[in-house]
Design a protein around this ligand. Sequence first.
Ligand code: ASP
Length: 345
Amino acid sequence: MKKQARILLIYTGGTIGMAKDVNTGALVPFDFDQLLVHIPELRLLDCEVVSVSFENPIDSSDMNLQHYRVLGDCIYNAYQEYDGFVVLHGSDTMSYTASILSFMFENLAKPIILTGSQLPIGDLRTDAKENLITAIQIAALQEVGRPVVTEVGLYFEYKLMRGNRTTKINAEHFEAFKSYNYPDLITSGVHLQINHDALWSVDSKSVMKYHKNFDENVMIVKIFPGLNERMFRSMVSASGLRGVVLETYGAGNATTQQWFLELMKELILRGVHVVNVTQCAVGSVVMGQYETSAMLKNIGLIDGKDSTTESALAKLMYLLGENLDAKTFKIKFETSLRGEITEKS
Ligand code: ASP
């Protein structure tokens, strides 16, 4: 007889498990036990689902490194016991968490699927049920006794995407996430259509490694026409700053004004790692394509390629925690570690 997959469902908070406060009318997290009461269909699934909850479920806008560690530990400590993991999470910062988890777990051999919803589970028109049930089915998917997905994925509105490739793009529609620079991994229709070529796989003999030494001395800076030296300087002069994700224009271009280039040089001399990512939703940084990015390349900025901002930030936090020398840091950053960037051959 085929062994049933065991899935650990971890509730962190978010709309999916929220209810209206009768006094204020605002959405607040409710007791996780009630989530199961709302979805009796969970009992019909062809797998065993065990659930745990954050002690105090949160709106994902409150997520921080401490929560990531609690979540990472929860998965790591249960890793041998379960075949897959589903993380229920608020959609607002789900792409950040998916990116962080992807770097936390190296050589992952089991699925970690994040999902949530735009409407609370108790709402008549909720998207929560489909998202949750299919996310569990995907986490339980096995072929020849092995999990089909061996990476961190994000499931929302009929699509499984690579977690570290996603961005939240819509606060209104059920289709809230997109993976612009990488194909979807699974599409849910009448059947689950698996895009086998797109799935991440590692040698089955490699041992899973858990990394939780992330560094939060980082910031995201989005440049804009009219950005002035005084403002920018004060932003990046924070003591202890170790990494900056610099959101530039188009294919990685920025102003050629002398003060800006000098400031970039100063940052790099101070040992701050600066990563160049594009403000565009689709496409890649191509450092050197224009004079305006060739200068950044010469100064020593890291090429973020087609990374999302969320993923670049998570990778920065991860690699800073690994205490690498500047050269190795740059090489590692510009290499795909978990399928987060496209490496041109
Ligand atoms: N504010 C909520 C959160 O991110 C929104 C959601 O759950 O979709 O926790």
